[in-house]
Design a protein around this ligand. Sequence first.
Ligand code: DHB
Ligand code: FE
Length: 284
Amino acid sequence: MAKITAGVTTSHVPAIGAAIDLGKTQEPYWAPVFKGYEFSKRWMADNRPDVVILVYNDHATAFSLDLIPTFAIGCAARFQPADEGWGPRPVPIVEGHPELASHIAQSVIQSDFDLTIVNKMDVDHGLTVPLSLMCGQPAAWPFRVIPFAVNVVQYPPPSGNRCYQLGKAILKAVESFDQDLTVQIWGTGGMSHQLQGPRAGLINKEFDQRFLDGLVADPAALATMPHINYIREAGSEGIELVMWLIMRGALDPLVREVYRFYHVPASNTAVGHLILENRAHGAR
Ligand code: DHB
Ligand code: FE
């Protein structure tokens, strides 16, 4: 039986990827950001999963405005880092897990969630920056990754509650897979940020702290928050936070908060990061 042991949330700011790739992590602006992930890299080495289900959003890279799936699961054997305009990031190819991904597609679709099945796509900073933050710069990523893309770019994005319930359906799918696999689920993007318009640069630390607390302790209540509150309080790109509710829905109701990090700013964004372990599986 496959089991989900832990969940991770982290922002995915593309400038973080550039700072790593260009050797700037020790510069005064970036050093505090990367210091916040030192514990996480050690935890990752001690708690290496077989597979990570990586919930992220594509930023009009693999999908254009011609075609916008609300939820898309990557079932391919491998995914190339995308060229987002400056050439692909110098990071390893992402190895997928077609068997588990196909099983999740079957189980989740037949649990009434419509997923788009993707057999070929490149993955952008939304997916590769969280991998770099959690794993550093290895020659190969130390686990398989199932990309799970969510539309938060073109209105309307899915509701927080839909995402939370989808997480539960993913848990059911993983637990009914007949190979002994250790699986983590990551929810990426966020926290408060707005990249354009008169409110560009918006950061809301109070909202972010409430979101972190609610995600850990009372996710069902947090899931009822409507879109307009995300946009009003966390900025237009703050809507990326609905993806964290997919991660949380796939964990046990009671989790152990192993680690929390919050830092402002990284580029235009408030960086938030949690490591949550399922009490049943996560004890070391
Ligand atoms: C920034 C943040 C994002 O989430 C993104 O997708 C692009 C840019 C930023 O803060 O610069
Ligand atoms: Fe983003």
